[in-house]
Design a protein around this ligand. Structure first.
Ligand code: ADP
Ligand code: MG
Length: 255
């Protein structure tokens, strides 16, 4: 028997199509200083599994610092971050951060940029199919072979979202990801973010400058001032009715 004639056996692909679901997020007494500059001064938060939390606050109030710590890109000076009651470092749950700039690799095609989200698993069988499914989820399957440079700003952010989704996050932290987009693209992207959140079930923490966006997307809105949470607001309105509703205008007055 000539072994060269046998079909090459592909390793078992293991990229489940089932949504990853969320994880509850507890932040207790979080502090972070840069030198003598105390940025976070005891942040307490609890986000339910699958909840959508919006975070607002002035520039420099520590929102990005908080998200970086949630995503494991920075360490706090003190305090705890728990995923489903387990310290973040001991948890197998995945947290990802999406930035204001898409941060795509310019020398890699769109599909390869999405596969970056898989980390080392991008070399496994089924990785490309998985990445294509995520591109389809953001409406860009037909652009898989394009270079990032030919895409619009909104499309680049969609690719960045697909890359984040490829890692099957249980927590998705979004650091003003729509801040650089024009108003109409921004509305489309808000709808898309809401849609993938509903499909995938991850716990979302969105930092935004835009109070309306915070209220339209959030189950809850928190305000960070001087390194602590100073206001929490439940948004009890049904989602389809939020945009442009008088209730939203009333909530905007409160924050
Ligand atoms: P926000 O996202 O709310 O605008 P940041 O979390 O980015 O705020 O920053 C909060 C403060 O911490 C700012 O004054 C910023 O200059 C400072 N800061 C953030 N990261 C660093 C760093 N790596 N080194 C020194 N200072 C930093
Ligand atoms: Mg920031």
């Amino acid at each position: 028997l000539d072994e060269r004639l046998l079909p090459i056996e592909e390793p078992e692909a293991d990229f489940p199509e089932t949504p990853p679901g969320g994880v509850s997020l507890t932040v207790r007494g979080l502090t972070k200083a840069f030198g003598s500059h105390a940025v976070l001064q005891g942040v307490d938060l609890h986000v339910r599994s699958g909840e959508f939390l919006s975070v607002i606050g002035k520039s420099g109030s520590g929102k990005s610092t908080l998200l970086r710590i949630l995503a494991g890109l920075d360490e706090p000076n003190s305090g705890d971050v728990l995923f489903d009651s387990l310290p973040r470092a001991h948890s197998s749950h995945v947290a990802r951060l999406m930035f204001q700039e898409p941060r795509l690799l310019p020398w890699a095609r769109v599909i390869d940029n999405v596969e970056v989200g898989l980390g080392d698993r991008r070399y496994e069988a089924g990785a490309e199919r998985h990445a294509l499914a995520k591109l389809a989820a953001v409406g860009l399957e037909s652009r898989a072979r394009d270079w990032p440079s030919v895409l619009s700003g909104g499309q680049k952010q969609r690719v960045a979202l697909a890359r984040a989704l490829a890692s099957r996050p249980n927590v998705l932290a979004l650091d003003e990801p729509l801040g650089a987009l024009d108003a109409l693209t921004r509305m489309d992207m808000q709808t898309l973010v809401e849609q993938v959140w509903q499909e995938q079930g991850f716990t979302a923490v969105l930092v935004t400058h835009d109070v309306t966006e915070a209220i339209v997307l959030g189950d809850r809105v928190v305000l960070i001032e001087d390194g602590v949470v100073t206001l929490e607001l439940d948004v009890d309105l049904p989602r389809p009715r939020r945009r442009g509703s008088p209730e939203i205008a009333a909530l905007e007055e409160q924050v």
